[in-house]
Design a protein around this ligand. Structure first.
Ligand SMILES: Cc1cc2nc3c(=O)[nH]c(=O)nc-3n(C[C@H](O)[C@H](O)[C@H](O)COP(=O)(O)OP(=O)(O)OC[C@H]3O[C@@H](n4cnc5c(N)ncnc54)[C@H](O)[C@@H]3O)c2cc1C
Length: 462
């Protein structure tokens, strides 16, 4: 485990010289606001919160921290679900809340260059006037920097890919203060090692993203939403595999379990029955293509035993459905006011999805736990949500989580589809990656020899 120095009064003075006093705070309220993300992991206070305004300031701060062996934890907006941005070793909390501008819109190239602290929803609101959007959508208004660092995905990944598939170039500040560019604005690139995708998903442990050029897509002309309810989770997930195998190209293909359906009906007034339901969205350039696709989906759902099927092209109804889907986690949490929630996130190849879900059902029925399921089923990704209270409840949820992770890895999948490793998944990386984990550690040591960047994440510290 690397050893660090505390933040000294001298370092605070140097930070103020670089950033200005309004962008450096040791106030309790600021420390507390940046001590915990949206996960169940405990809050840990940093010693100072800073808000850089430029890439050069980020690089200058990192150089200082590297020389003085002080930890630096980047912070987007704290919506992570694995403790990814919790400053577990104290030190400097580097918030990107004030580096949130669009640098340039390259509309003719379907690209935008942004500072890392811009929220993806705010970005898309500004891109709408150009008829373009950045597709990865993790629900929460996460920052582009946090999304790239976690390789966040969300409901539209099945068609448009995750964050890693929608970035072309980044500027990255290294631990020793070097400021480098990785990738290029060309859509095709094969010049040397792919450093761009080394930093994507590295959770702020290899470098700090100070600018990113993102791929955009035109806002689809025609969109529809469809709901299909099934008698069992088994028939619902088998339908997911059938739809993916049909050659149709859903823009979203989500599984909501019966409990979630009940809660969404009660909280949001959505017309759902108490059955596992698939939420789907389709995009097309022509209405006829959309209608033809919906007919095929309806046929597949009915053949697979759907109890009901409802499709709409009405924009208001479609937005209402997805608003409900996006808020399903908050609705679930609100309905258990006396519980803490822990969310599992695993993904498998699509053909193995039914077996994974059957295993989750078996664990739910045989372990002393309560759990609910909601998933980006089209990607073979499931989130199992565990409400718990007390240490015993937490350990029971963790045991069930471990069983689900083991099954996902055994099925050729991964311990985390989109939330990242953070604190909670570090212990599963050896089982998933074997010796490749040592190579990851070598890369970490090369780029961050003093271990100052987001320590306590990805690797188990012994
Ligand atoms: C209700 C809810 C629903 C969610 N749904 C989804 C979902 O469907 N799909 C999904 O993928 N995620 C989902 N998430 C998780 C979360 O939104 C993502 O993990 C997101 O990427 C976090 O972004 P953030 O800006 O909040 O970053 P933070 O949580 O602040 O930080 C995340 C990681 O990024 C690092 N980081 C931040 N900025 C930088 C930077 N500039 N350079 C380098 N590293 C940086 C941090 O150190 C940390 O490791 C959900 C979260 C919530 C609360």
């Amino acid at each position: 485990m690397p050893s660090f120095n505390p933040v000294s009064a001298d370092l605070i003075a140097q930070l103020i010289t670089i950033l200005g006093s309004v962008n450096v705070s040791t106030a309790r309220a600021d420390i507390d606001l940046h001590a915990k993300d949206q996960s169940q992991h405990h809050a840990v206070p940093s010693e100072v919160v800073i808000w850089p305004l430029s890439a050069q300031q980020v690089a200058d701060v990192l150089k200082l921290a590297h020389e003085q062996r002080v930890p630096v934890t980047p912070w987007g907006v704290g919506t992570g679900l694995e403790g990814n941005s919790i400053p577990v070793r104290g030190g400097i909390l580097m918030s990107f809340e004030r580096m949130n501008q669009i640098v340039a819109i390259h509309a003719d190239d379907f690209q935008v260059t942004v500072q890392p602290g811009i929220g993806h929803k705010d970005l898309n609101a500004q891109l709408a006037r150009h008829g373009l959007f950045f597709p990865p959508d993790p629900g929460a208004n996460a920052t582009v920097g946090g999304m790239l660092a976690n390789n966040a995905a969300g409901i539209r990944t099945v068609k448009y890919g995750a964050s890693k598939d929608n970035v072309l170039k980044m500027q990255v500040a290294l631990a020793d203060g070097r400021l480098i560019h990785v990738g290029s604005r060309s859509v095709k690139q094969s010049a040397g090692y792919d450093l761009l995708h080394l930093f994507v998903g590295s959770e702020g442990t290899l470098g700090v993203i100070t600018e990113a050029t993102l791929k955009l897509v035109p806002v689809p002309t025609h969109m529809s939403a469809a709901l299909a309810a099934f008698p069992s989770i088994k028939s619902a997930v088998e339908t997911v595999v059938a739809i993916r195998g049909s050659g149709l190209d859903p823009a979203a293909l989500e599984l909501i379990d019966a409990n979630h359906c009940r809660m969404l009906r009660e909280a949001e007034g959505i017309n759902l029955s108490d059955h596992p339901t698939l939420f789907m969205e389709f995009h097309a350039a022509q209405e006829t293509a959309l209608t033809a696709g919906l007919e095929i989906v309806e046929d597949i759902c009915k053949e697979m035993g759907a109890l009901s099927f409802h499709a709409t092209t009405d924009a208001t109804e479609r937005k209402k459905l997805w608003h409900a889907r996006h808020h399903s986690y908050e609705i679930m949490v609100r309905s258990h006011p006396d519980k803490t929630f822990f969310i599992n996130d695993v993904a498998v190849p699509i053909s193995a999805y039914p077996e994974l879900i059957a295993t989750v059902e078996h664990i739910r029925d045989t372990q002393p736990i309560t759990c609910y399921m909601i998933g980006h089923a089209g990607d073979g990704n499931i989130h199992v949500e565990f409400p718990f209270s007390g240490e015993e409840g937490y350990q029971q949820a963790m045991t069930a989580n471990g069983l689900i992770v083991s099954k996902a890895v055994e099925l050729g999948g991964t311990c985390t589809g989109e939330h990242g490793v953070g604190i909670g998944k570090a212990k599963y990386l050896r089982a998933e990656h074997g010796q490749a984990l040592d190579v990851m550690h070598d890369i970490k040591t090369l780029l961050d020899p003093n271990g100052i960047l987001n320590p306590g994440k990805i690797f188990v510290e012994g």
